[in-house]
Write a protein that binds this ligand. Structure first.
Ligand SMILES: Cc1cc2nc3c(=O)[nH]c(=O)nc-3n(C[C@H](O)[C@H](O)[C@H](O)COP(=O)(O)OP(=O)(O)OC[C@H]3O[C@@H](n4cnc5c(N)ncnc54)[C@H](O)[C@@H]3O)c2cc1C
Length: 491
């Protein structure tokens, strides 16, 4: 039986393992950590449970699809709900608003709270949908590194309407044209952070992202985000995939123009195919006889994160599942993140409380606060001192927004910083989403999902095409599977 090896069990690795098993390959997944799931993981302490990494869940169909592919009904295994409020926003001057998912209700709320004419919001959301329809097939669901992708009907449509996709405006410039109020611009600029980019540099094409939350919907799994890892590992095992935790791959071996297998600490495992779900930089460090072209090493990386997982001994009815306390100077915050590689003294604070929907995640009367700020990629900053300052800045911001000094209410704490993200998942510089999308051509600049000079070698996950985030990683897995011939026919 032809066999495939997947290196790393992040969401991209899980997706590709399931797809290749469904295609008829014997699949082994080697994972360096003692836990499966990569960034999509959980942590438990003192009666609290936290989703450790991703918290925003869009396009759940990309998970459901994997069950359908294996002939199973996703609703027998995986449950999620659509959010009525996708985020609760708090501005520095005390303005508060609820971002309802439903476009009409959201538009009415922006008119009430910010004075933004509702017609502007509805027009923008229609534009966002149009962007998705014009760009997704080519840039998200196909390989932009195959000529055939540009011959499709969808590619021709995207080409014909190129002027409409705002590739030559920044996201901020595009949003200023749509909206009359700076606070609305700030709210929609925030979507650049969904792939770790800078709205003052990233192309307006990224305005496709609000379509996912407001037209399609934001969702949340019944038991929290880690359900996604749990159900996909179980599905993969039912397909015969073998997982090997605490088993780092040390080298991807090659023979001439073909991949040969992987070297573990104690043995060599031959393979017909190898798919790496590890960041592209460390992947090449493992790849025998090949080095990463300079253009990829030089790419600007997306932001990293600093997270305080706080067990809090009281509840806050004014907070939702997802909450944002905005910085008073967004432009300066992004300059600090990307140009200075520093912490900004008034950072935007994101608070995610899964216990709002999963009561078992916190003891009675308590809440589990995943409190995160965006921070620069790790280029050797003094993170201990940054963490000390960030804690003060965050607590100050919470006090201003909610009128509560949280310090005395924190009964459990753990911290994740860029050094740990890099150490635990091998993400180069601790970036959450691989290279940033801060240039017009970023969609074309990511590494391909295959290697044209090395048969049998493929790449999935957040650092390669089409990018980071759960749906895009799952799309990279789908693209890889579409490029692989069924067993017996591989070249
Ligand atoms: C704090 C945080 C918040 C985020 N928020 C969101 C969000 O809200 N929504 C969203 O969609 N996305 C979010 N993301 C991004 C999302 O988590 C990632 O894009 C995605 O999970 C990356 O998956 P991946 O397939 O690239 O693999 P990764 O999760 O990066 O996993 C790679 C795996 O490879 C393993 N590995 C590394 N080297 C080796 C080796 N030599 N041998 C064997 N195994 C190895 C690692 O241990 C790891 O398990 C967030 C990420 C973080 C960290």
């Amino acid at each position: 039986m032809a066999n495939a090896i997947v290196v790393g069990s992040g969401i991209g690795g899980l997706g590709v393992a399931i797809r290749l098993a469904a295609k008829g390959y014997q699949v082994d997944v080697f994972e360096a950590s003692d836990r499966l799931g990569g960034k999509l993981n959980e942590l438990r302490m003192e009666g609290f449970r936290f989703d450790a990494g991703p918290s925003l869940f869009t396009l759940p169909g990309s998970v459901d699809e994997l069950f359908a592919l294996c002939g199973e009904d996703p609703r027998q295994h995986f449950h999620y709900q659509k959010l009525e409020v996708v985020c609760q926003y708090f501005y520095d001057d005390g303005t508060r608003l609820s971002a309802f998912q439903a476009p009409e209700r959201f538009a009415a709320e922006l008119e009430r709270a910010l004075g933004e004419p509702r017609a502007n919001v509805l027009k923008f959301l229609r534009h966002s949908q149009e962007l998705f329809e014009l760009t997704s097939e080519l840039f998200i669901f196909s390989s932009v590194h195959k000529l055939s992708s540009f011959m499709s009907k969808n590619a021709l449509k995207a080409g014909m309407h190129f002027g409409k996709i705002d590739a030559f405006k920044t996201m901020d410039e595009a949003n200023r044209k749509f909206f009359s109020k700076p606070k609305t611009v700030q709210l929609f600029n925030r979507y650049a952070t969904y792939n770790g980019s800078n709205p003052f540099k990233a192309p307006g094409t990224l305005n496709v992202i609000p379509h996912l939350e407001h037209n399609v919907g934001g969702f949340f799994p019944r038991g929290g985000m880690y359900d996604i890892t749990r159900v996909l590992v179980a599905l993969a095992e039912r397909q015969g995939v073998r997982f090997h935790a605490s088993t780092p791959v040390r080298q991807i071996r090659t023979q001439g123009q073909r991949v040969a297998g992987v070297r573990l600490d104690d043995r060599f495992v031959p393979a017909d195919l190898v798919v790496s779900d590890v960041d592209i930089v460390p992947t090449y460090q493992m790849l025998e006889g090949h080095s990463l072209p300079q253009q990829f090493l030089k790419q600007e990386r997306s932001t990293s994160a600093l997270i305080f997982y706080w067990g809090v001994n009281r509840q806050f009815p004014e907070l939702e599942l997802h909450n944002i306390l905005f910085s008073n100077n967004y432009e300066r915050e992004f300059e600090a993140l990307f140009d200075d590689k520093k912490l900004y003294h008034d950072p935007t604070v994101y608070i995610f409380i899964s216990a709002k929907l999963v009561p078992a995640d916190a003891p009675e009367g308590c809440e589990n606060w995943f409190t995160m700020i965006n921070v620069p990629e790790n280029v050797g900053q003094d993170w201990d001192s940054i963490i000390r300052n960030a804690r003060l800045y965050i607590l100050r911001k919470i006090k201003k927004a909610l009128g509560v000094d949280l310090t005395g209410h924190i009964v459990a704490e753990d911290i994740l910083d860029p050094r740990l993200i890099e150490k635990r998942t091998s993400s180069y510089h601790g970036s959450l989403y691989g290279p940033s999308s801060n240039s017009k051509f970023s969609a074309f600049n990511r590494h391909a999902n295959f290697k044209s000079d090395l048969a049998g070698m493929y790449f999935t996950g957040g650092s390669v095409h089409p990018g980071g985030g759960i749906p895009l990683c799952l799309s990279s897995a789908k693209i890889v599977a579409s490029l692989v011939d069924p067993p017996g026919r591989q070249g």
